[in-house]
Each structure stands twice: as structure tokens, then as C-alpha cells.
Design a protein around this ligand. Structure first.
Ligand code: IPD
Length: 266
């Protein structure tokens, strides 16, 4: 795998990995809601990644979950989630990841998702396939929704979580089963590796999916991140070609039906 930005991405990932053991899992702040935590590690890792990338690429745009967007207008944009799965991290549940993507002229060219707890590095360069610890990965070939194991997640806004739970309530007897692992980047990479057959979620931010979406598409998945979801929150769907259309249609229909029903707020 060759791309001039790949060594920079790998060096930034290494800086974040080195910084992680010195951090505390204690939640020090919250963001969009009281259940959306920030730990010191989220901030320290983003700073480590930013500093490393700035050494090589001082004028690139940088979009990070913790410190927002910086940099001059530029063809290259780095999109980073220093810890995807912060709730898992804060509870010592080993499913959280460092996610680094490099986008050039609007197309994501390099994607790294490092699943810290499982020691797995998912990696992709546009046009060159996707790997997990350097072994090529491929999306599931399942085509039957009734036999599909589907991963999903919940956002942090209470009213949206309620609707997301209702979508699952409608789907649960139409599919093999549901998995909620707690880190969207890992969900998408596990879809890429065929460990689940498909994935959907509303309300993801670009740093949740940027790197993983390239890994999934390079592993043969179809990926959409901008379908109508809840209000302004988009719907992301990822699955192999044979399952994608059925999964996307069913989930989209459910969102449209349930969002048009009168609100039943507690
Ligand atoms: C969250 C995780 C979670 C998903 C949420 C994301 P964060 O990211 O990926 O699995 O359900 O939608 O916001 O906050 O841990 O970086």
C-alpha cells in the first residue's frame, strides 16, 4: 500500500498509541448531552495526532472531534476521532478505536482505524483494498436480511435514542440479531471484515465514519452516509452489495414512518 499520506497517518497513530497509557479513563467533561462524555485521553490523543501531522503538513485542514476544524483552505483534510467509543474506554470495555482519515480533493484516500483493545489495525488506501493487521478483508456475501447479523449504535440525544430503539424494535424479528458494540468506526470495520453482515446508525459525525468508510468500500461494501435520518441527523448504512439495498430501504422506511407519527415524548 503506497500513498504519500500513509506514512504521516501511521506516524500520527503511533504518537496517539504512545500517549494513551499515560491517560486516565475518568470523564472530565460532556458534549452534546449528559451521556456524551469526554476524557482527558480524548483531548491528549487528538493533540498528539495534530502535532505529528502538523510537523509534516503544517497547512492542511484538520477536523477533529475534540478541537474542531483548523487550517487554511487546502486540498488535503485530515479527519480524526482520537477515541471512537469513549464510553467503552471510560468503562475499560476493550472496544474503542483511534480513527485517522486523509481526504484529498474531497475523496478519502487513506483510512486507519486502530482497535486498541483487540490490537487490530484496519487500513485502506483508495484503490488498493483493505486489510486488518495486513491481512486482506472482505465484506459478507449475505443477501438475505432474515439471516443477517446487523450492528448499530445510538446517538447521544434522548429524543433520537428513543426513535432509534423503536426502529430496532420493529426490525428485531426480521433479522438474525442485533449487535451494539459501542464504537461506530469498529462497527463499520467489522462490517468490512464480514464479522457482521451490515450496519446502520443515525447521527454519526464525519470523524466517526471517515476512515472506516474507505476501509469498508475497499473491502467491497456499499456505503452511504447521507440518507435522511432524524431531523438533520443523517442515516449511515454499510453492507455488502447483495444486502445493502434491502437493509437501506427497510431502515429508511422505518425512519420515515416512525418520524411522521405524532411524538410520544415522556
Ligand atoms: C460514538 C460511538 C458510538 C456511536 C455514537 C458515536 P464517540 O462516538 O461511535 O458507538 O453510537 O454515535 O458518537 O463519542 O465515542 O467518539
Amino acid at each position: 500500500m503506497n500513498h504519500e499520506l500513509l506514512p504521516v497517518a501511521l506516524e500520527a497513530l503511533e504518537a496517539a498509541r504512545q500517549a494513551l497509557p499515560r491517560q486516565s479513563r475518568r470523564v472530565i467533561d460532556t458534549k452534546s448531552s449528559a451521556t456524551d462524555p469526554v476524557t482527558a485521553a480524548d483531548r491528549a490523543l487528538e493533540q498528539a495526532i495534530r502535532a505529528t501531522i502538523a510537523t509534516h503538513r503544517p497547512t492542511d485542514i484538520f477536523v477533529g472531534e475534540e478541537y474542531g476544524t483548523t487550517g487554511e483552505p487546502s486540498a488535503t483534510r485530515w479527519i480524526v476521532d482520537p477515541i471512537d467509543g469513549t464510553v467503552n474506554y471510560s468503562y475499560s470495555i476493550p472496544s474503542y478505536a483511534i480513527s485517522i482519515a486523509a481526504e484529498v480533493d474531497g475523496s478519502i484516500d487513506v483510512g486507519l482505524v486502530y482497535d486498541v483493545g483487540h490490537g487490530e489495525l484496519f487500513k485502506a488506501v483508495r484503490g488498493q483494498g483493505a486489510t486488518c493487521n495486513d491481512v486482506p478483508i472482505r465484506v459478507s456475501q449475505e443477501t438475505d436480511l432474515a439471516k443477517a447479523l446487523i450492528a448499530t449504535g445510538f446517538g447521544y440525544l434522548p429524543q433520537n435514542r428513543r426513535l432509534q430503539a423503536r426502529v430496532l424494535g420493529e426490525m428485531i424479528d426480521e433479522i438474525r440479531d442485533i449487535r451494539r458494540f459501542g464504537a461506530a468506526a469498529i462497527d463499520i470495520c467489522w462490517t468490512a471484515a464480514g464479522r457482521v453482515d451490515g450496519y446502520f446508525e443515525t447521527g454519526l459525525k464525519v470523524w466517526d465514519w471517515a476512515a472506516a468508510s474507505l476501509i469498508a468500500s475497499e473491502a467491497g461494501a456499499t456505503v452511504t452516509t447521507d440518507l435522511p435520518g432524524i431531523g438533520d441527523d443523517p442515516l449511515t448504512v454499510v453492507a455488502g452489495e447483495g444486502l445493502f439495498t434491502t437493509l437501506r430501504s427497510r431502515v429508511s422506511d422505518l425512519y420515515q414512518t416512525l418520524t411522521s407519527e405524532p411524538a410520544n415524548d415522556k
